[in-house]
Design a protein around this ligand. Sequence first.
Ligand SMILES: Nc1nc2c(ncn2[C@@H]2O[C@H](COP(=O)(O)OP(=O)(O)OP(=O)(O)O)[C@@H](O)[C@H]2O)c(=O)[nH]1
Ligand SMILES: [Mg+2]
Length: 274
Amino acid sequence: MSMQPTIPELVAKLAASEGTARLRPAGRLITAMVERPNAAATLVEALNGRDLPRPPLVIGFTGAPGAGKSTLVDAVTARLLERRPDLRIAILAVDPTSPFTGGAVLGDRVRMMRLALEERVFIRSLATRGQLGGVCEALPGVLAVATLWGADVALVETVGVGQSEIDIARHADMSCIVMAPGLGDGVQWLKAGLMEVGDAFLVNKCDRDGATTLHSQLLSAVESRQHAPRRRLRPAPVGMVLPQVPPVLSVSAELGQGLDDLLDILPLPAAAHH
Ligand SMILES: Nc1nc2c(ncn2[C@@H]2O[C@H](COP(=O)(O)OP(=O)(O)OP(=O)(O)O)[C@@H](O)[C@H]2O)c(=O)[nH]1
Ligand SMILES: [Mg+2]
C-alpha cells in the first residue's frame, strides 16, 4: 500500500510553498518523474489551465569522468549567484552509478552542500542504476518540475561516454563539452559523437600541465569540424547566438579562472522569470 502523495497533490504543495519549503515537493516531483510510469503525462494534466513560468535556460555540462564537471557546475553556480542575484538555478546531476565514477556522488554532495543552503539553488542528482535511457526519457518531466520550482537556469551534468549521454546533451539549449588534461586520449575521445552536440568546448584544469596543448588540439578539431546543425528538442533561447565555430575556453574550476569568460557566452535570460 503506497501512501505516496499523487502528482497533483505535490504540484499543489509546491504552488502553496515558499522559499526553501519548495525544495521538498519539487524534489518529490522529480523522484516521481524518474520512477513512476507516465509521470510526465500526469504532470502535464495536473498543470492544465495553470499559468506556468517560462522554462529555464538548460545548459548541459558533458564530459569524461573526472574532467571536473561537478566542480565546474559548482563554481559556475557560485559565480552566477554573485553576478545575477535575481536568478534561480537548478542543478541536475545525472549519476550513472557506473564503475567509472565510484564514490563521486558523495564527493558531489559534500561539495555542493554549501550551495544547498542557498534558497535560489535547487540541487538534485538523478540516479540511473545503469539505465541512462530512462533518465533521458524522464528529463523533459524533470525539467518541467524545475520550471515549476521557478528555475531561470538549469545546469545539467552528465558523463559523456555513450549514446544516451549524448542524447541527454540534446535536451540542452546549450551543451558545454568539458575536457581536461591528463585524462588520456583527449581529442580522440570527442569523436565518439560529442563533437556534434557541443556548443562550447571547455578545457578545465587549465592550471595543469598539458592544458595548452589540449586547448590547441581542440581548437583545430573544432575549426575543422563539419559544422552539422544541432538537432534541437526545444526552441533556441531568445537572443542565443550560435557561432559557426563554437568557442573553446580554458578554465580552472578549482581556481576560478576563466569563469567570467564562460558566463559571458551563456545566453542567460535578461530578467528572472518570476
Ligand atoms: N587542478 C585542478 N583540479 C580540478 C579542477 N576541477 C576539478 N578538479 C579536480 O578533479 C577531480 C574530479 O572533479 P569532479 O568535479 O568530481 O569531476 P567530474 O567530471 O564531475 O567527475 P565524475 O562526475 O566522476 O565524472 C577532483 O579531484 C577535483 O578536485 C581544476 O580546475 N583544476
Ligand atoms: Mg561529477
